[in-house]
Design a protein around this ligand. Sequence first.
Ligand code: GDD
Ligand code: MG
Length: 396
Amino acid sequence: PKALILAGGFGTRLRPLTFSKPKPLVELLNKPMLMHQLEAISKLGVKKIVLAVSDIGETLQTFIKQFNQENETVEVIVSKEDYPLGTAGPIKLAEKHLKGDDPIFIVNSDIICEFPLKELLDFHVKKQSTVTILGFKVENPSRYGVIIPDKEGRVQRFVEKPQTFVGNLINTGVVVINSKVLELIPENKFCSLEREIYPQLVDKQCIFCFQKGSFWIDLGIPTDYIFGAQLYMNYLRNTNRDERNETLNKLQQKFLKSDIIENEMIEKETQQQQQQQQSNFKIIGNVIVPQKENSVKIGKGCILGPNVVIGPNVTIGEGCRIFNSTILENVTIGNHTLVEGSVVGWKSKIGNWVQIRNNSVLGLDVTVGDNCVLNSVSVCPNKSANKSIWEKTIVL
Ligand code: GDD
Ligand code: MG
């Protein structure tokens, strides 16, 4: 098969993080979101992956260069639009890379799931389908594309962002298409797969939906990003041990260098820490820290978890309490600080006795003064918060 990842758009809904990094490079579990898609697709033996972007900065370029250097069996090819072409337009633009008889995976870069790509492809071939969408049932479908299939999986209706309830099976943004779909897409023109192409195929009865997987989430807004990290950690813990170890080994060789600490390991680690750093902290449930030695410092009396991701070079003072949160690279946190259900952006400096809670998101290099409470607060990059804020606010 061939593959194209949709990685355009501006990621505005994931601000303030996306002020400083393109959305596909914002780390989920210490690894750029995009890496999750690249790894899943590479596993299938795809040789070239087209990355469709509407804007490419230096960080993304550097990332791709490094990826290509480190991976011999797969190559990422950038296809850049002069202006945003939507979700279908970029596929047409990359036609020269996608032509031929192979089915093509089209994957959104801002979602995380189990990526059952092999099963999706098998189903697609078996049904002699033209487009096969990986579907997933969600509680609130209004932000997504809703699929109404018949018993065989043949799609009877596709409604993008429905205003009224039509069903709760949604388009995960993971699909496989036949290359003849390229003929339906106009050249150099904004075109939406969901609004313009899928409805045509519904009429022709040649679009199918395949359902598999225990979790899926669109990471495009902060609350879902925070929840997505939890779902993904639980998934990793629940998949069988061998498979998980294999994934983690691979991750360690590459960007992540992290592990889910098992309880036995934690005890060991704690003992080591006690000896080495005179430190004694406690871990509850899933906590991810980089494996690289001495990269992370955790102070005495801290309680971390459940659902915590600690990035590389993070320093946490004494007696901190952190749960349901991601602490990104190079953050420093003082003593007796609480972080709950939040994201602390790269290089931020958090004081003593601070509380960061309830879906707060701090951008790059934010400073929070001692004793401040930030409750549902977004802080833009390079800004400081020196007094408590109790209501949903954006600090500009
Ligand atoms: N290259 C390129 N150019 N990529 C784009 C563009 C563009 O102009 N616009 C959006 N994308 C990429 C985004 O980076 C993202 O990975 C994907 O296309 C989908 O765009 P979003 O803006 O995130 O769409 P959405 O989340 O509102 O809806 C889409 O995803 C849902 C699942 O998360 C639709 O496909 C829905 O049907 C689907 O349910
Ligand atoms: Mg999205």
